[in-house]
Design a protein around this ligand. Structure first.
Ligand SMILES: Cc1ncc(COP(=O)(O)O)c(C=O)c1O
Length: 400
């Protein structure tokens, strides 16, 4: 039901009230369209049977606890497993008081925004960056300054220039591994430098790492947080890409004082993260080999990325640039000579293929002709056909 009432929303609600990306994903959802637009994992690799067994066991052994209200910081056994996991995988160390389980890692963005960003505060972001992070920080009144990237991730000289030019900066947000949207990974020397700069300029780094474990080529790079000696880096990750996003299980590892403040804010938001999901994941991790499962995911995504890269080489017009990720779910394409990427998107829809135009990933002026392709959620035959269709659409667009 829609009434005639003109609602007086808070300033946090976007003024135009439109959801440009939602509209793009809706258009791309047409069954005749091969969509590289969304950002979903491959559902055929969700460990459905194993999870069903885990949930059954939880109901048998901890049914009442799993259905009761729980602790705001999360189920202790899960927090312990997370600590062990981040130490083993990322060299991130901490005690139980340094970890908070959240409702998806998306909630970490919201809690950090709420805890640290006052209206008018400056947040430095990679150019381009994860668009939902922009939306969250914007809702708390952040002003953004974009920091240039290259194939090695955020450029540290550009970051230091931005820190000097904006001494009021509170937060630096980075997705250092297989970044959404570009697929780029930050080099290890830059990670060390980032931790150093955070301490030197007394700003906080929010290190968002949903994709780091999904590596199908190259070698692992340790987390920025592993170089942090002063507590300026907050590390966040999630089970969304390694297990399943539907559980909505994420976490943040940070200084105990920060965790306590984030916990108070989390209590106002949702009291605690879904208890059943937490118990089920603990049970799953006790009885299954997560590393083997993640390897299976990485192998499949590696194969799909290669098919996409082959299609790019074969069908795309000369001069088109694209990234070559060693993991994660996305690659980034730049088509020179295109002014309006949304218009290009519409043209591609006519060829029954879709991507996400780059514009919403930019805090400032968007880069024309840039777009994101997802390779995790399309089957191999769809990638082969879709890349041919996309190549034809782009040939037409650049020859206009
Ligand atoms: C960079 C980045 N951060 C955070 C998230 C949120 O993930 P979740 O809330 O499922 O943990 C996503 C989701 O795609 C993402 O790409």
């Amino acid at each position: 039901m829609t009434t005639m009432t003109k609602f007086k929303y808070s300033k946090r609600v976007p003024a135009d009230g439109t959801d440009a990306v939602g509209a793009i994903l809706k258009a791309a959802a047409d069954p005749k369209i091969i969509s590289f637009a969304g950002g979903l994992p491959a559902p055929e690799l969700f460990p459905v049977k194993e999870m069903q067994a885990a949930v059954d066991k939880v109901f048998e052994e901890h049914g009442q606890e799993a259905m009761q209200y729980g602790a705001a910081k999360g189920v202790t056994a899960l927090r312990e497993l997370i600590l062990q996991h981040v130490k083993e995988k990322e060299g991130v160390t901490g005690a139980l008081d340094n970890v908070l389980v959240t409702t998806g890692s998306e909630q970490v963005l919201d809690l950090v925004g709420k805890a640290f960003v006052n209206p008018g505060d400056t947040v430095l972001v990679e150019q381009p960056t994860y668009l939902c992070a922009l939306d969250v920080f914007k809702s708390y009144g952040a002003k953004f300054v974009g920091v240039a990237m290259d194939e090695q991730g955020m450029k540290m000289d550009a970051l230091e220039d931005a820190l000097k030019a904006h001494p009021e900066t509170k937060l630096v947000y980075t997705v250092p591994n297989f970044q959404n949207p570009t697929g780029r990974t930050m080099a290890v020397d830059r990670r060390k430098k980032l931790a150093e700069l955070a301490a030197k300029y007394d700003v906080y780094v929010l290190e968002d790492n949903p994709y780091g474990e999904i590596r199908f080529a190259g070698t692992h790079v340790p987390a920025v947080k592993s170089f942090d000696e002063t507590g300026h880096v907050f590390y966040m990750s999630t089970f969304s890409k390694t297990l399943a996003p539907g559980f909505r299980l994420g976490w943040v590892v940070a200084d105990e004082d920060v965790i306590n403040k984030l916990t108070v804010l989390k209590q106002s938001a949702d009291l605690h993260t879904d208890n059943l999901a937490q118990y089920a994941v603990v049970e799953f991790l006790d009885n299954n080999d997560l590393d083997a499962h993640v390897k299976e995911i990485s192998d499949l995504y590696g194969k799909r990325k290669q098919l996409m890269a082959d299609g790019l080489k074969k069908y795309f017009p000369a001069g088109v640039k694209y990234t070559n990720p060693e993991g994660g779910m996305f690659l980034w394409v730049e088509v020179p000579g295109v002014d309006d990427t949304v218009e290009l998107f519409k043209e591609c829809l006519k060829h029954n293929v879709a991507f996400v135009p780059g514009d919403p990933f930019f805090a400032g002026k968007p880069q024309p002709g840039a777009f994101r392709l997802n390779y995790s959620n399309a089957k191999e035959d769809q990638i082969k056909v879709g890349m041919k269709q996309l190549g034809e659409a782009l040939q037409e667009a650049v020859n206009k």
